[in-house]
Design a protein around this ligand. Structure first.
Ligand SMILES: *Cc1c(COP(=O)(O)O)cnc(C)c1O
Length: 481
């Protein structure tokens, strides 16, 4: 065990300047615990691969590892990302960015106490669910509303409340999976409802639904096929038809709308996504949608519809496990208030990005291109930099086959593209761009104000660090004389 003798002592690690300096920011026992773990790993490595390493080298190693782990802990893992993908509602990037109004509402309310569950008139206990109800009812035309943790929770709560142990009829064309983890048949099972599939993948008629209704039927369910479309010979039962069948049988209709847009975006070329108001108007009893998709707010599941069903959901024990917190209520209130105005697309970032005029995008793309050219100049790794037209996406399971004409900068590289993309992802803030052929594509649609300077700096830095790497890896040849 000769080679283990040089493992540094805890005292020496803690006294090492790399580590001692950490103690001003981080509790001593925390640093000690991390250093212990580092030493244990060093020991394990030396046992697995016996070799004699000088004491000083091991001490440096242990100090460096201790420092980097503590630094990582204090930095946290949730990082700011610049979205250069052109996908406005990118689920991996946290979907909708919040509006200033939503942030102000959080800031103004969350730092102190609020009347979250207090009725200020009577001084009695109130309900947290009453806060957004009037606003949502006014905006959607529904009788009542309830907000839960996310749309998956909204669907689960609706099904469990109305159809636990009973049958729910769904068209085969709507048994969707969204975002990998949300599958209609699985949510149905988890809710305790029994799924009854009718029709076929491409065609379902009102008569298929009507014929499947039996004494055990509790609900007719329709899911918005958010992230795909079936094209060709298709027949779906419209909401109106579904409501008619439901009324005849005395059964409620529930519509999982997914994205939940409150404004008609067709003036901006975004046609075909049904609004929440349209579902309510069609006579649907319960409509569910997300807070952080097209609505442009925080993660939440919004349920609007008939009071009798919403009241039943409020009494369901499950609601306690799905409830929203004050941060969500504050942010959603800030977001929803914008929809009282005539132009929510001017203040809600997701809508802003979706409705930005093409000429503005092109102008921004040109200026980003100029700035990048000026900053990078001739570079051995860069073949060309150009402003180009490209296709953006709405994302968040809305308008799946609809591409948004966008603009961005295309940087063609002479190799090392994967390495550059990785360095950009690891930068602070991180920069996520599209990779296509030998190019990095940065869409300007999803860049926030002030991101341009950062993008220029981050790409410059990434190129510098790669150029440094390449220079260092070239073996030195014999000197020329
Ligand atoms: C996105 C989506 C869901 C899941 O919503 P979350 O808010 O992510 O829980 C459910 N149904 C449909 C149709 C969707 O588009």
């Amino acid at each position: 065990m000769e080679h283990l003798r040089n493992i540094p002592h805890m005292d020496d690690i803690l006294k090492h300047p790399e580590v001692a300096g950490l103690m001003t920011r981080v509790r001593r026992d925390m640093v000690v615990a991390v250093a212990r773990e580092v030493v244990a790993q060093l020991r394990a490595q030396l046992l697995a691969k016996p070799q004699t390493i000088p004491k000083a080298t091991l001490l440096e190693e242990a100090a460096r590892h201790t420092r980097s782990r503590i630094t990582a802990l204090t930095a946290g893992t949730l990082q700011e990302v610049i979205n250069g993908t052109g996908v406005v509602l990118h689920t991996n990037l946290g979907r909708a960015p919040l509006s200033t109004a939503a942030l102000q509402e959080i800031q103004g309310l969350a730092a102190g106490y609020t009347n979250l569950e207090l009725d200020l008139d009577s001084g009695e206990r109130g309900s947290r669910y009453r806060h957004l109800e009037e606003l949502l009812a006014a905006l959607t035309g529904a009788e009542a509303a309830l907000v839960v943790n996310n749309n998956a929770a909204a669907v689960l709560l609706g099904l469990n409340t109305i159809a636990k142990g009973r049958e729910v009829i769904v068209s085969r064309g709507q048994l969707v999976e969204i975002g990998g983890a949300f599958r209609i048949p699985e949510v149905m099972k988890a809710s305790g409802a029994i799924l009854v599939e009718v029709g076929t993948t491409n065609k379902t008629y009102p008569s298929d639904i009507a014929e499947a209704i039996g004494p055990q039927t509790a609900l007719l369910f329709s899911a918005h096929t958010s992230n795909y479309r079936i094209v060709g010979f298709t027949r779906e039962v419209s909401l109106k038809e579904l409501v008619t069948v439901g009324r005849q049988a005395g059964l409620p209709v529930m519509h999982d709308l997914g994205s939940g847009v409150l404004v008609d975006l067709s003036p901006w070329g975004l046609k075909g996504e049904p609004t929440v108001q349209q579902s309510i108007e069609a006579g649907v009893d319960i409509v569910t949608f997300s807070g952080d998709k097209l609505l442009g707010g925080p993660q939440a599941g919004i349920i609007v519809g008939k009071k009798v069903y919403i009241d039943a959901m409020k009494k369901n024990q499950l609601l306690r496990a799905l409830r929203v917190d004050k941060l969500t209520i504050a942010a959603l209130e800030g977001t929803l208030k914008a929809y009282l105005s005539a132009r929510p697309q001017e203040t809600i970032p997701a809508l802003q990005m979706l409705t930005t005029a093409s000429e503005v995008l092109e102008q921004r793309s040109r200026s980003l291109c100029e700035e990048l050219k000026a900053a990078i100049g001739e570079h051995p790794l860069v073949a060309s930099i150009a402003s180009t037209a490209l296709e953006d996406r709405v994302g968040g399971g809305a308008y799946p086959i609809h591409s948004l004409p966008g603009f961005g900068v295309e940087i063609a590289f002479k190799g090392r593209l994967e390495a550059i993309a990785r360095i950009l992802r690891q930068s602070r803030p991180a920069l996520l761009a599209r990779i296509q052929d030998n190019c990095l594509l940065i869409s300007v649609r999803t860049l926030a104000n002030g991101d341009v300077q950062q993008v220029v700096r981050l790409i410059g830095n990434a190129l510098d660090s790669l150029a440094g790497e390449i220079k260092n890896s070239i073996p030195e040849g014999p000197e020329e004389r």
